[in-house]
Design a protein around this ligand. Structure first.
Ligand code: ADP
Ligand code: ZN
Length: 625
């Protein structure tokens, strides 16, 4: 270990209270701390912040962090100050007097880390300030914002190349969670990084459990999921329309869940207030359109639920990535059905964009549908999409309760002939429900009205449940072996490719809808959610029991401290730290020192208080050990 690396490890331990670096952190930090430029690609929650915070502390002078997200900047500074680091930010929210005081500190060399909004940084005043200061490094967070092709493009980012000319000897580190090759090249070129070392981490998020299932009654399914597995947890629920955001939030509230709504129609003030409650309080469920989420770095979001399909795997990955940044187990949970597929396809068809755009959008949607319908490990597919090879993960629904595959050739043939037979006499086509009624031999009014109890396919599919038929139809639509005609009341139509199935030239293996799986899975998942299991993941498998009264007392205390300091609860201590304390039940400050997330400053500031809480909360129940 070099001196610099050892110095960095000491800061990691003493300031941040962590015992070891994660992934490539040590290498990145050593490289930047010794003056090199770097480009860091790491998934959300991977631990990018330490990659510039620690070098800022190792090197002389102030580390300047460019960040486009004001809320995030404020929370990071709050967390650093809690850990005893001399940090501040300059953005549009500072008062004049405040800004002056910070500028004075910079000149006097009294700050370790300064966060600056990019437009602020580019002002002559700010550059003059930096000219007069000793600079440790520049960190450019969310560096993909320089990409003109990306959806987060920020014109001010293009001007950051100035830093290379004006401060040629100050190392620069650019960081992003956006992985693709094109963006990577753009970042290096536009920021004029000097032969940077590029650090690419795996994009796997092993603590996130991916689960995708058939939509049945989406809101009920969601409610059951939250009640059984995430009572009292923070989570995000994504819905496609503003209406369904409002309705879903209302539905959850009526059922006793602390849910808030967030979308672009809401008044600005309400939106801000909801966002800040979500970040600051424990256990709020945010129901939102995808307008919500950028720049939310709340570490303890325990689940992200999708009630509607995202547009692509990229969106799915980005949205689900907001769960479990703290490394503790989290769920990415989604339900989807035929209507979602139809809706997304219709949106693409009806968009006024060019053919190229439609072609790409269709391909992206198809890739996502492939992920939904796969019977293989979800994670393997997800990572493969980003060009990463892996093996079955053991932490997705398909690994945990492998879905059955079945030979659905004959069923598909029955279905297709039924569609054909029903349409033939009158020339009128029908929707999925009617076709299923005919197949299952149901004499509904509509079946009788059209005389479909007389067609040869009436009742030939009675052995398959209606839900299973819906699943078959959805998969055939996804495979483009059937088409839903959204110009004509969503009726089902055969496609050119249907013929191959009908004639037996093509056989089909489909995913079988698990009839009883929900019940079986329940028990196992509840077990997984115990705090012991939670802590087990964070601590390499130790699953010593923790004291629930101590844990709750600690959370209560944390809530109060956070409120007093006007900071989010997680900047005081993470859940993982409180859990460990309630497991170790420390008696002395020395016992506390070993707990992950307790650095020197926090030990000083809160150590005695933590010991007191442990003593009094553990006493009644913990008498026997
Ligand atoms: P990113 O910016 O990449 O999304 P963060 O820098 O916010 O991720 O880090 C995610 C979480 O992981 C934070 O809560 C952070 O405190 C924690 N973390 C980062 N590095 C370590 C480490 N070496 N040991 C323990 N926890 C870490
Ligand atoms: Zn898996």
């Amino acid at each position: 270990m070099t001196d610099v690396t050892a110095h960095a490890a000491r800061i990691l331990r003493e300031v941040f209270g962590y015992s070891s670096f994660r992934g490539q952190q040590a290498e990145i930090i050593t490289h930047v701390a010794t003056g090199g430029d770097a480009l860091v690609l790491m998934p959300t929650g991977g631990g990018k912040s330490l990659c510039y915070q620690i070098p800022s502390l190792v090197r002389r002078g102030v580390g300047v962090v460019v960040s486009p997200l004001i809320a995030l900047m404020q929370d990071q500074v709050a967390a650093l100050r809690e850990a005893g680091v001399r940090a501040a930010y300059l953005n549009s929210t500072n008062s004049w007097a405040d800004a002056q005081a910070i500028e004075r500190q910079v000149r006097a060399g009294e700050l370790d880390i300064l966060y600056v909004a990019p437009e602020r940084l580019m002002t002559e005043r700010c550059l003059a300030l930096l000219d007069a200061a000793e600079l440790a490094l520049f960190a450019i967070d969310e560096a993909h914002c320089v990409s003109q092709w990306g959806h987060d493009f920020r014109p001010e980012y293009l001007r950051l190349a100035v830093l290379a000319e004006r401060y040629p000897n100050v190392p620069r580190i650019a960081l992003t969670a956006t992985a693709d090759e094109l963006t990577r090249k753009e970042i290096v070129a536009r920021l004029a990084l000097a032969s940077p070392r590029v650090f690419i981490s795996s994009f796997d998020r092993p603590n996130i459990r991916y689960r995708i299932s058939e939509k049945d009654n989406a809101r009920r399914q969601l409610l059951q999921f939250i009640r059984e597995e995430h009572a009292g947890d923070s989570g995000i629920v994504y819905c496609f329309t503003r209406n369904s955001v409002d309705e879903t939030a209302e539905f959850l509230r009526q059922n006793g869940i602390d849910a808030l709504a967030y979308h672009a129609d809401k008044e600005h003030g309400t939106r801000e207030e909801h966002q800040s409650r979500f970040i600051r309080d424990d256990g709020v469920v945010m129901v939102a359109t995808i307008a919500f989420g950028m720049g939310i770095n709340k570490p303890d979001v325990r689940f992200v639920a999708h009630l509607d399909l995202p547009k692509s795997i990229e969106s799915y990955y980005q949205e689900t990535g907001r769960a479990g940044r703290d490394g503790l187990p989290a769920d990415a949970w989604m339900v989807y059905g035929l209507a979602d597929v139809v809706q997304q396809r219709r949106l693409i068809d009806q968009s006024t964009a060019g053919e190229e755009y439609k072609r790409i959008s269709t391909a992206k949607l198809d890739a996502l549908l492939g992920l939904c319908e796969t019977i293989e490990c979800r994670r393997v597919q997800l990572l493969a999409y980003f060009g990463e090879a892996s093996s079955p993960c053991g932490n997705c629904d398909n690994c945990l309760s492998p879905p059955e595959e079945w030979d659905a050739t004959e069923a598909a043939q029955k279905l297709m002939s039924c569609i054909y037979r029903c349409e033939r006499p009158s020339g009128i086509a029908f929707g999925a429900q009617h076709i299923i009624d005919v197949l299952r031999g149901q004499r509904t009014a509509k079946v009788l009205q059209y005389g479909h109890d007389e067609v040869s396919t009436f009742g030939i599919g009675a052995d398959i449940s209606a839900a299973q038929w819906r699943s078959v139809i959805r998969q055939l639509v996804m495979l483009k072996l059937l088409r839903v005609d959204h110009e004509s009341f969503n009726v089902l139509r055969l496609t050119a490719a249907s013929r191959d199935v009908l004639t037996g030239r093509r056989s089909l293996r489909l995913r079988r809808l698990p009839e009883r799986a929900a019940r079986e899975r329940k028990g196992r998942r509840t077990a997984n959610r115990s705090p012991e299991a939670l802590a087990g993941v964070a601590n390499g498998g130790t699953t010593a029991p923790h004291s629930e009264p101590v844990f709750q007392a600690l959370r209560e205390w944390r809530r109060n401290v956070a409120r007093e300091h006007g900071v989010p609860a997680y900047t005081v201590f993470h859940d993982s730290t409180l859990l460990e304390v309630s497991r170790v039940l420390p008696r002395t400050l020395d016992d506390l020192r070993g707990v992950s997330g307790i650095g020197a400053t926090k030990l000083d500031r809160y150590g005695e208080r933590l010991l007191e809480i442990v003593r009094s909360a553990a006493a009644p129940a913990g008498a026997g050990g």
